[in-house]
Design a protein around this ligand. Structure first.
Ligand code: AHN
Ligand code: ZN
Length: 334
């Protein structure tokens, strides 16, 4: 009786030992096919209604064209919103010269989480909207500004919701959210000069003058046009050139979460967008999650740079796919 009992206890002890060894082994082994960390980490859920609200709120100011009253009002709302989520907010003001000679009163808005950590993730999007709907089918609209619901506000809406989640559950890594100004003041179609650094003025300024001297991050993710229904995020050339590992990490994470319908493995040509300058000037490997598919006639979404880039075309499902993917990548970063 006594003998049986102690044998049983020894057996149980051995079993416990084996199981714990096995666990330790699996913690060390990282699944290279999915980039999933062996030890599961807590990832907050992304609230797509909240991101949708933040997107619509920006649009409600009117087109956020630099130097306009709507631009100014939206900047102060964005700053106030970021300050509700973290005390570490920087407003980087700059006078930027557009290629048509206009001096733009620009503000890059930066919100930091765990500012003292060395291991950092950079998340960015542009918050300004384009002064000209130069791809509108109606020539009479081509000098009007765009509402910029998808082109601009959607990426910022997703990042504001991510900031809110980070204010509730602190991530392990440091995170900086940078909202770039003056991305979309690039030359009008009719006067295009093709020698082109006319886009992404805010990003060019920040990359040359980061809010923290010597700033760096392990990697960056830019969100651009992340709100349209049936969005198609492809493996865009500039991202693949500078940051192929980050591209694979993010796309594998999306697939693991069941979002492969949005995150396509199709490779597309290189784009000039804010991430180009973040890669070139400050050297942070940064990808662009952008609705761009060379199989479509416009490349971008249907209402790109038209007066119809409004809230009618914003889908909570798309915002959710992007939000959960980016949140997961952030919280799985040590
Ligand atoms: C160009 O059209 C050159 N690049 C796309 C960048 C962009 C414009 N993103 C939003 N609007
Ligand atoms: Zn645009």
């Amino acid at each position: 009786m006594k003998f049986t009992h102690s044998t049983l206890m020894a057996f149980v002890a051995l079993l416990v030992l084996l199981v714990s060894c096995n666990q330790r082994k699996s913690e060390k082994t990282k699944d290279v096919t999915t980039d999933k960390p062996a030890a599961p980490v807590f990832v907050p859920g992304f609230d797509a209604d909240s991101a949708y609200f933040y997107t619509g709120k920006q649009v409600s100011f009117g087109p956020r064209v630099p130097n306009s009253a709507a631009h100014k009002a939206c900047a102060s709302w964005l700053e106030g919103s970021l300050r509700r989520f973290t005390p570490h907010v920087t407003v980087q003001k700059a006078k930027l010269r557009a290629s048509d000679g206009t001096i733009l009163d620009a503000s890059n808005l930066i919100a930091s989480f765990n500012p003292d950590l060395r291991s950092r993730v950079l998340l960015c999007a542009h918050w300004d909207s384009r002064p000209w709907a130069d791809h509108d089918p109606d020539p009479g609209n081509r000098r009007k500004p765009i509402p910029g619901a998808n082109d601009g506000a959607s990426g910022v809406g997703v990042l504001l919701e991510i900031a809110r989640q980070m204010s509730l559950h602190n991530p392990t890594a440091g995170v900086d959210i940078v909202l770039f100004d003056a991305e979309d003041y690039g030359d009008h179609q009719e006067t295009y000069n093709h020698s082109d650094n006319s886009w992404c003025l805010g990003a060019q300024h920040w990359a040359a003058n980061p809010h923290v001297p010597g700033y760096s991050a392990r990697f960056g993710i830019l969100l651009d046009m992340v709100g349209a229904e049936n969005a198609s995020f492809t493996m865009e050339g500039t991202s693949m050139y500078f940051a192929p590992d980050i591209m694979r990490k993010v796309w594998n994470t999306a697939a693991r979460l069941g979002y492969e319908g949005y995150f396509k493995t199709l490779k597309t040509g290189p784009l000039t967008d804010d991430h180009l300058y973040v890669n070139q000037i400050i050297g942070i490997p940064t990808i662009d999650i952008i609705d761009y598919n060379s199989n479509r006639d416009k490349g971008f979404f249907e209402h790109w740079h038209t007066v119809n880039d409004n809230m009618d075309n914003i889908s909570r499902e798309t915002l959710r796919a992007v939000g959960n993917t980016v949140l997961t990548v952030v919280y799985e970063t040590k």
